[in-house]
Design a protein around this ligand. Structure first.
Ligand code: ARG
Length: 276
């Protein structure tokens, strides 16, 4: 595919959560090893670099107060799914994260957003990614197929369900990145054959990323339509993005990787009514 001559960035509105209480004390995905030491101070420093980069690119960043005893709350993408100012709250699979749902929902409710407290397990933008007007919804590990229907009803966007099969890529945002309104990249090995066929037919020009880059969390990236922030170790992804006319910006978020997350996991996109 020919690179588009001029990629344009769109101003974004993000919600993030400082990793003040970040540690790995339990394991709910294969990346988490409570026996491995975590440097919380370094996690904070690395996270601050992500905040600074979002701001340098001109995006608006807001913050939610971290709850003590909820080390995974730094992964703000799991806090909600916001489309046109409507906020679909989350319900976590694991009890270790349960209190994060009401905390994120309260943040939005307090600011006047229209919120829906979900019945079914869904982990926010971890599994729900909007591409143009279509909501891609992962299932297999966390968010349930029932939650896809609930999302479609509340958010009013057509849903495409995708079956995840590799436990290393337990959330959709570890296996697939939205680059623009009609462009994505993904790791084919993370999907069941029938879901892969759906992705191939909907996005024939998508960038297909290899296993090594996916393992570096190269797909846990955030794009504003021009700049794509991603882990710096995913060099193959950066090269592919450059070929397509994007501007990849690498960051080191190694401490947060110990919890099984990176750039996208730490960044919740708030799509306000004016559409961002
Ligand atoms: N330790 C967290 C969990 O397993 C990591 C969440 C990563 N977030 C994401 N959006 N993929 O739930």
């Amino acid at each position: 595919m020919e690179p588009r001559t001029q990629r344009s960035a769109r101003a974004r509105h993000y919600l993030m959560c400082r990793p003040t209480h970040f540690e790995v004390t339990y394991s709910i995905n294969p990346w988490m090893d409570p026996a491995k030491p975590v440097d919380t101070e370094l996690a904070v420093t690395q996270w601050e670099q992500l905040v600074a980069l979002h701001r340098r690119l001109g995006h608006r960043v807001e913050f939610i107060e971290p709850l003590p005893g909820y080390p995974d709350m730094v992964y703000a993408a799991n806090g909600a799914t916001v489309v046109d100012g409507r906020v679909l709250g989350v319900r976590f699979r694991d009890v270790e994260r349960a209190a994060e749902g009401p905390a994120y929902l309260g943040w939005f409710r307090d600011r006047g957003y229209q919120v829906h407290d979900p019945v079914h397990v869904n982990e926010g933008e971890g599994d729900f990614l909007l591409v143009g007007d279509r909501l891609l919804c992962g299932t297999g590990f966390r968010s349930t197929p029932e939650s896809h229907v609930e999302a479609e009803e509340f958010l009013g966007r057509p849903v495409v369900g995708l079956q995840l099969v590799d436990p290393r890529f337990y959330h959709l945002d570890t296996a697939l990145t939205v680059l623009d309104d009609d462009e994505i990249m993904y790791y084919p090995g993370a999907f069941a054959p029938h879901s892969l066929a759906v992705l191939e037919s909907l996005y024939p020009d998508a960038i297909r990323v290899d296993e090594a880059d996916a393992e570096h969390f190269g797909l846990n990236a955030v794009s504003d339509g021009r700049h794509v922030i991603l882990p710096e170790s995913a060099s193959g992804v950066a090269r592919r993005l450059r070929e397509r006319g994007f501007e990849p910006l690498g960051l080191d978020l190694s401490e947060l990787l110990k919890g099984g997350g990176s750039v996208k996991c730490c960044t919740l996109l708030i799509r306000d009514r004016t559409r961002t």
